[in-house]
Design a protein around this ligand. Structure first.
Ligand SMILES: [Zn+2]
Length: 289
């Protein structure tokens, strides 16, 4: 029986091999199935991301663990799969640890650094005991995610080192990246900041949030500078919505049994698969399972 795994081994392998593992956020059964099947077809490790808002939407963390573990079995998924809380609060992190998630992000970036460190330290201990990977964040990442709006700042490399030294598995640091669609006048990633952080934190795998719309060349450069995990959320949503719109606008839901949800949601499902495939190829994780 396939089991969820910590993200630790897959990310250390990625950092050493100079590629990145994608975190793809899930919203429902179709999303989850599309991502798992694509990872299996491409023989790629994968991280399923769940925000607290999506967790509520999917009827809570235990429901999600049950669904994902069921799929690993029923779909014969053999590639490494981590189920990861995205931008967790302290309470949310503890709830996911109890529910059976295999990876946690605690986002304490909005706390003063001392409080971020104290709360992260408590979670490091809890996660280490259970073999769960833990992501911490320093320097808020811009844009809006589940109502949390960040300014898109660049993290302080010394603060990054303080948090990395606590024993977290991977570190998200703001380097000018933002969530959601990038504005026309976006300045791009700050590679100087990324290089300075890398210098301080050494072998710690770094996480790039807001992977939607970052040009391929910037993604590749970020990977070469120590990014081993890249989060993709909005891009799958846009692809799903566009494919569903096309189906409805073509009147296909009104032809025959086109209203059947298994038909109505199929184009969006395929669009997510295509997006995930494109990202895994770009990140270099194909055949790295
Ligand atoms: Zn994020």
């Amino acid at each position: 029986m396939a089991k969820l795994v910590s993200a630790k081994d897959m990310l250390n392998k990625a950092r050493e091999g100079k590629y990145a593992v994608g975190q793809f956020n899930i919203n429902n059964l179709e999303w989850t199935k599309a991502i798992l099947l694509t990872a299996q077809e491409l023989n790629s490790p994968v991280i399923l991301g769940v925000s607290e808002g999506a967790g509520k939407y999917m009827c809570g963390y235990t429901t999600i663990v049950g669904m994902v573990e069921g799929m690993l079995n029923e779909l014969n998924i053999t590639v490494p799969v981590a189920l990861h809380l995205d931008h967790g609060s302290f309470e949310g992190a503890k709830a996911c640890i109890n529910a059976g998630f295999s990876s946690i992000m605690f986002d304490g970036s909005h706390y003063p650094i001392d409080e971020n460190i104290a709360k992260t330290t408590e979670l490091v201990n809890a996660c280490n005991v259970l073999g769960i990977s833990l992501e911490a964040e320093v320097g808020s990442i811009g844009g809006e995610e589940d109502g949390v709006v960040g300014a898109g700042e660049c993290a302080d490399p010394d603060e990054c080192k303080s948090v990395a030294d606590l024993g977290v598995t991977m570190l998200a640091a703001g380097i000018g990246n933002i969530h959601g669609k990038y504005p026309e006048n976006w300045a791009g990633l700050s590679f100087d900041t990324l290089a300075a952080i890398k210098e301080k934190v050494g072998d710690m795998p770094l996480v790039l949030h807001g992977g939607t719309g970052i040009p391929a060349e910037m993604i590749k450069k970020a990977i070469s500078l120590g990014v081993a995990k890249i989060n993709v959320n909005t891009e799958c949503q846009l692809a799903f919505a566009a494919a569903t719109r096309e189906y409805v606008e073509a009147g296909k839901d009104q032809q025959g049994k086109g209203f059947d949800p298994r038909k109505l949601l199929a184009p969006g499902f395929e669009a997510i698969k295509a997006t995930v495939k494109e990202k895994m190829e770009l990140f270099g994780s194909v055949n790295k399972a």
